[in-house]
Ligand binder design. Structure first.
Ligand code: CA
Length: 222
């Protein structure tokens, strides 16, 4: 899952970025409304965390503009203001949720999870492909009941594959949703991580779940 954080207060932006990276999210940051608008239009994000008060273009205008252009990326709006009127304005502008500063990181995380679940219409907290399961709350992954230890990045890659189970995902799609804007597309990092996952998920089992589709990408299926 790749998230865009648009926040001009560097401390808060770094706090959010660090916390979300630890949870396996790929994070891009923008420090003003215009930069945020341009990133939101040129990349496919799974969610946007948008501050209300921003230089160059404020959060409400940015949110309204994206929605007018048909951009449906889930948006959670952050603001120092906590009045009903401001909340209504934020939601009216097309934001999906609203969080008043200061907030606990855990609350942001929980709301982000709910929003991401709404997006793909799944209300369960678990992903399952054959005998492979992923608990989205505890990050526990098991195959055939046996627990599999994954690094944060392996987990993020597997989550993306599981959410798209049965469909071919290209390296471009993977890089756009699992890595951030600094990802170097000329490296073979994705293939390396796929191999890590294969070793942990498939090597001990006769039924392989991760398949290579030559010239296209990868496919997770039974
Ligand atoms: Ca601000």
């Amino acid at each position: 899952m790749r998230i865009l954080v648009i926040e001009d207060e560097v401390k808060i932006a770094q706090f959010i970025k660090r916390g979300l990276k630890e949870e396996g999210y790929a994070i891009d940051t923008a420090q003003d409304g215009q930069e945020g608008y341009s990133l939101a239009g040129s990349n496919e994000y799974d969610a946007i965390i948008l501050d209300l008060m921003l230089p160059k273009m404020d959060g409400l205008t940015l949110c309204k503009t994206l929605r007018k252009e048909g951009n449906q990326t889930p948006i959670i709006m952050l603001t120092a203001k906590d009045t009903v009127k401001d909340k209504v304005k934020g939601l009216d502008s097309g934001a999906d949720d609203y969080l008043a500063k200061p907030f606990a990181f855990e609350e942001l995380l929980a709301r982000l999870r709910v929003m991401l679940r709404k997006k793909d219409g799944r209300l369960q907290t678990q992903l399952k492909v054959d005998d492979l399961t992923m608990d989205l709350l505890t990050h526990q992954v098991t195959r055939g009941g046996r627990e599999i230890e994954l690094t944060v990045k392996e987990y993020a890659l597997l989550e993306y594959l599981m959410r798209n189970a049965g469909n071919i995902v290209t390296r471009t799609m993977i890089s756009e949703h699992v890595w951030d804007i600094n990802f170097d597309t000329f490296t073979n990092v994705i293939d390396v991580y796929i191999n890590y996952l294969r070793n942990k998920i498939d090597s001990d089992y006769s039924d392989k779940l991760i398949h290579t589709v030559r010239g296209k990408g990868y496919l997770l299926k039974k």
